[in-house]
Write a protein that binds this ligand. Structure first.
Ligand code: GLA
Length: 410
């Protein structure tokens, strides 16, 4: 467990005692994520390859014997209270703080599915950068789902918790996100990336061997908060649905229901009969699925250079065909790709701002910081924040402590 996390756990524990006058019964941590490759494929029933990062949300909680839920966001020092009866009727409270709706969302979808929940006192804090495309909201949803699973003995497990988290996000935040972010936060494994088939939800934790290869995962935050995400994200989903309808017709495959089932050869045979926009959107998804599979094969063969080359191609496709990049992300990627020792770089997450991810030889990290972050800053006046992360462990319980010292992960 990192020192940063130890410190955060101790702080959340202390804040809980402070606020509610007693020690918490349960503590849970859940990480954010960075996607190595496989962007905008999850909601097309395709493949993704994310890792959990060492930035997390930590929650401490204690059951109450009534139906009241009292929440406290320690970063913001804001409180919220609701009753489980009311949330069943009006889940999304118009006056509630934004952060509260992520938790309310998870309570609500679990209640709706018939799970028996009770009242709770809860304090949380997170250090996943907000609005940077590193899935702070998925971390909060998965931490909440896991906490409720344990407190009320629901027997859910990681897959179901991820699906409930996604449902909460779809219904409460209004972004029709796929399953990737919640899934990796729930089922990530230390030192592994997660190869997920977003149709069957079959997955494999693939060892990264980064230490042996002396490589690091470097994330650079462009300092541009993700903008237009809700509307543009949902627009891309609609374009993909249109692409499926047109391809089903052109390929004479009326049963076709997702871009996942179109291979490159079939696509090329009819591509010129699609409109330019729909052709490019479909081409991104179809080629990205192929890139994810090729990257995983490359990694398993120990060929990191081939893996990095796929990352570079992925960026190009997100920029030209899927059009979710920004000038800032393009510049960061360009600077990163020019540094000797960088094997690959691409935007990560939904796009429209946020971060890039690179695979960097460790000895080159200093040059990377200088040539990418400092140069970007000098050129744009924006602060580029570097985050070097291991592949972290997915959600986990922390032994409910009576003292802030001596905390152990269960
Ligand atoms: C966001 C969504 C994910 C996924 C990515 C793009 O992070 O939450 O489900 O669609 O964008 O790959």
């Amino acid at each position: 467990m990192s020192e940063l996390l130890d410190y955060q756990i101790a702080r959340v524990h202390a804040a809980f005692v402070d606020r509610f006058g007693d020690a918490p019964e349960w503590m849970v941590r859940a990480p954010g994520r960075v996607n190595l490759i496989g962007e905008h494929t999850d909601y097309n029933e395709g493949f993704v390859f994310p890792v959990a990062i060492d930035r997390e949300v930590v929650i401490a909680a204690r059951r109450r014997d009534d139906r009241t839920v009292r929440l406290y966001a320690n970063n913001l020092q804001q409180a919220d209270t609701f009753s489980l009866e009311a949330i069943a009727e009006v889940p999304k409270a118009p006056g509630a703080p934004t952060w509260s709706n992520y938790l309310r969302g998870v309570f609500s979808v679990l209640l709706e599915a018939g799970h028996p929940l009770g009242g709770l006192e809860l304090v949380f804090e997170g250090n996943v950068p907000l609005g940077a495309g590193l899935s702070s909201s998925a971390a909060l949803e998965v931490a909440t789902g896991t906490l409720l699973d344990r407190c009320f003995d629901l027997g859910l497990g990681g897959r179901a918790i991820a699906l409930f988290g996604q449902k909460a996000e779809n219904e409460f935040v209004g972004v029709q996100c796929g399953i990737m972010d919640q899934f990796i936060s729930a089922l990530g494994k230390q030192d592994h990336a997660l190869f997920l088939d977003c149709r069957s939800l079959d997955y494999r934790n693939v060892p990264l061997h980064l230490d042996a290869a002396d490589l690091a995962i470097a994330i650079v935050d462009s300092g541009v908060k993700r903008g237009l995400v809700d509307s543009q994200f949902n627009a891309r989903r609609a374009e993909c649905r249109t692409a499926v309808v047109h391809l089903a017709e052109l390929l004479e495959r009326p049963e076709l229901s997702s871009l996942r089932d179109v291979d490159e050869a079939a696509f090329l045979s009819v591509a010129e009969r699609l409109s330019d926009l729909i052709r490019r959107r479909a081409r991104h998804v179809i080629t990205e699925n192929a890139r994810v599979q090729a990257s995983v094969e490359a990694l398993e063969a120990g060929d990191f250079a081939a893996f990095g080359a796929q990352m570079n191609r992925s960026h190009q496709s997100l920029k030209d065909d899927y059009e979710v990049s920004t000038p800032e992300l393009d510049r960061l990627v360009e600077l990163a790709q020019a540094v000797p020792g960088v094997l690959g770089a691409r935007l990560t997450g939904a796009g429209f701002g946020g971060c890039i991810v690179s695979l960097v030889a460790r000895p080159a990290l200093e040059a990377f910081e200088r040539e990418v972050c400092e140069r970007y800053q000098a050129e744009t006046g924006r602060v580029a924040t570097l985050l070097v992360t291991p592949a972290a462990e997915g959600v986990g319980l922390i032994e409910a402590p009576t003292q802030a010292e001596g905390l152990k992960r269960r």
